[in-house]
Design a protein around this ligand. Structure first.
Ligand code: COA
Length: 260
């Protein structure tokens, strides 16, 4: 697949994926969603990639939302399909990858942009970021998981206020809410995310993928988080990573994990 709206670069075990429609503030149209799906799938299948950083192109936006021009004429049936397909192809897909994804929020993260950042495993933002779910100002509701993930991350009352006012919050408020884990300067954002990524990359990728699965299971109605944890914990004992991790500790050396 030839990519037009998404760029990616690989530096050792870390991949940086950049949504690249800066003239439209990186708004997510269906082509961009399809390309992101393809890129994430390829990177997740690549055992050498241990962490993915997702960011937006340009100085203004991470992603300013779903592409309003694309869906403005949709019928109710098309609207439902847009939401369902988007959730399956991108938002749920990213959340359930075995490779951790860090959102490097470098500007506006609105609507689908905030929803995408929330589908990532955690978020770091630069000072200029503004976050919000403005959908009700357009006569629609968040459709890419925002009504579910925002309350999970910040609590129901804060999520309700953000969704119902359609307002934006700045990074200080987002940090106070726990919506972003760290705030950096614009210049430091990528380097900061890479530092965290390197820390993650030195750990067992198999254990990391099981940890993601167990944490996510607790937020799914059809799964039992504690039971998932028990199963995943047990499964770790049969892995090369467990053998290497425990042996390295006992031999007082740094573990060198083979990969997924
Ligand atoms: N969908 C489609 N196009 C979008 C977009 C979106 N979600 N967000 C921005 N754009 C486009 C604008 O239409 C404009 O395109 P143009 O130059 O061809 O007219 C371009 O990106 C730049 O945006 P502009 O509005 O001129 O920038 P600004 O700095 O004045 O305002 C925002 C920035 C983010 C406040 C404003 O673009 C905005 O409100 N965007 C929509 C946010 C939103 O409601 N998202 C949820 C969608 S469900």
């Amino acid at each position: 697949m030839k990519l037009k709206n998404v760029l990616f670069e690989i530096e050792g075990s870390i991949a940086v994926v950049t949504i690249n429609r800066p003239d439209k503030l990186n708004a997510l149209n269906s082509k961009t969603i399809n390309e992101l799906h393809q890129v994430f799938q390829n990177l997740d299948d690549n055992n050498a990639i241990r962490v993915i950083i997702l960011t937006g192109s340009g100085e203004k936006a991470f992603v300013a939302g779903a592409d309003i021009a694309e869906f403005a004429e949709y019928t109710a049936r098309e609207g439902k399909r847009l939401s369902k397909e988007g959730q399956e192809k991108l938002f749920d897909y990213v959340e359930n990858l075995k490779t951790p994804v860090i959102a490097a929020v470098n500007g506006f993260a609105l609507g689908g942009g905030l929803e995408l950042a929330m589908a990532c495993h955690f978020r770091v933002a630069s000072h200029n970021a503004r976050l919000g779910l403005p959908e009700v100002s357009l006569g629609v509701i968040p459709g890419y998981g925002g009504t579910q993930r925002l309350p999970q991350l910040v609590g129901k009352g804060r999520a309700m206020e953000m969704i119902l006012t359609a307002g934006m919050i700045d990074v200080d408020r987002a940090f106070e809410f726990g919506l972003v884990n760290h705030v950096t300067s614009v210049e430091e954002l990528n380097g900061f995310c890479k530092k965290i990524a390197l820390k993650i990359a030195s750990n067992s990728p198999i254990a990391i993928s099981y940890a993601i699965k167990a944490v996510n299971a607790g937020f799914k109605d059809d799964q039992d988080g504690f039971q998932t944890e028990i199963k995943a914990f047990g499964a770790c004992f049969a892995t090369e990573d467990f053998e290497e991790g425990t042996t390295a500790f006992l031999e007082k050396r740094k573990a060198d994990f083979p990969g997924h």
